[in-house]
Design a protein. Structure first.
Length: 342
């Protein structure tokens, strides 16, 4: 059931001993909903759990161990399934995260999210957060009420990562199943298993182990504080649609997208005939791929058509980057430069 977005912000500081609290880093939790905040009818209910939503205060009250990790406050952005995350939510989230991280006392931020589109929101934040302080997006594959729930440990580890100085300038990270993954590189790989999020081409950044947070690599592409995108004053983003390629697909979807006002289309495969005429209509085309791994290499043939290649960004992430790129330019050459750098 679709629930109304809750745009209020609630800030609550977890209590802890005065001497200890002064030394702990300040982390803010931004909640948007998803499985990590969902309730099932009973403890064995691991699907179709629609028996209520967990509030931010319930999340933090359930984890008193967080008092030893950080001074934690929270802001509720929404409490919906990730399929209901829209442009307004994304912009509000980015603006509030940026406002928090701009404060001198802020050490980092954690965002709860449903897993179905978690990678899209994480990548959006990777492109729009204007700080080198840690931002960690966290979810769960099992609801809050499940006998084997994974949400509390994921949230605990996410706060640990956001609070550690070693996570500075690592870009936005995704934390599930003890693994720290880069937002750009990571996708949901399985509909049901707790080890669903993987970076197929490059592997994790590090791990949230019981003794310490450990990192083994650092992203080298542009992100967060190095990004050129500024959403501080935006209230909307250009429409971009994804064309799924399959045998005998025709131009019906392309016509519908253009009629609906699409300023860009991400093509998920080799089906390109209906896309050839879009350059003259001012619609930017990005060539991605549906396979989920590997690069779409640059091609003089594709460039001559005024089209852009997406490197190894899957279609759903190429869409996020193209929407932001179109706030700056419609020139395919400049947009290709953006795809090369991010």
């Amino acid at each position: 059931m679709i629930r109304s977005l809750l745009w209020c912000s609630c800030f609550v500081l977890l209590a802890s001993a005065p001497v200890q609290a002064g030394a702990l880093p300040q982390v803010r939790l931004f909640t948007t909903g998803g499985t990590i905040q969902s309730k099932g009818a009973h403890r064995q209910k691991l699907m179709e759990y629609s028996d209520g939503r967990v509030t931010p205060s319930e999340l933090v009250d359930d984890l008193p161990e967080l008092r030893d990790v950080a001074q934690l406050s929270y802001a509720e952005i929404s409490n919906v399934g990730s399929g209901n995350i829209d442009t307004k939510t994304l912009l509000t989230l980015a603006q509030q995260v940026n406002a928090w991280l701009a404060l001198p006392e802020a050490a980092g931020a954690v965002v709860t999210h449903g897993t179905a589109t978690l990678e899209e929101t994480a990548y959006f934040l990777n492109l729009t957060v204007k700080s080198d302080k840690p931002v960690v997006v966290v979810g769960a594959m099992r609801p809050f009420t499940a006998v084997s729930r994974d949400g509390p440990m994921n949230l605990y580890n996410a706060v640990r990562v956001a609070a550690t100085p070693q996570a500075k300038d690592m870009g936005v990270m995704i934390l599930l199943n003890d693994e720290i993954n880069a937002a750009r590189d990571t996708t949901k790989n399985n509909t049901y298993r707790v080890d669903t999020f993987i970076a197929r081409d490059v592997g994790p950044l590090g791990f949230a182990d019981s003794d310490s947070i450990v990192f083994y690599r650092r992203p080298i592409y542009r992100h967060t504080s190095h990004s050129e995108f500024d959403v501080s004053k935006l209230t909307s983003l250009p429409r971009v649609d994804v064309l799924y390629a399959y045998q005998e697909s025709d131009d019906a979807a392309v016509k519908a997208f253009v009629s609906a006002g699409a300023k860009g289309i991400v093509n998920s495969g080799g089906y390109s005939e209906p896309l050839a005429a879009l350059k003259d209509k001012g619609v930017v085309v990005v060539q991605s791929d549906r396979k989920g791994s590997g690069r779409v290499v640059k091609s003089e043939k594709v460039a001559a058509k005024g089209q852009v290649t997406a490197d190894n960004l899957p279609p759903q992430k190429a869409r996020i980057l193209l929407r932001l790129a179109l706030t700056k330019t419609t020139d395919p050459v400049e947009i290709q430069r953006i795809f090369d750098e991010y």
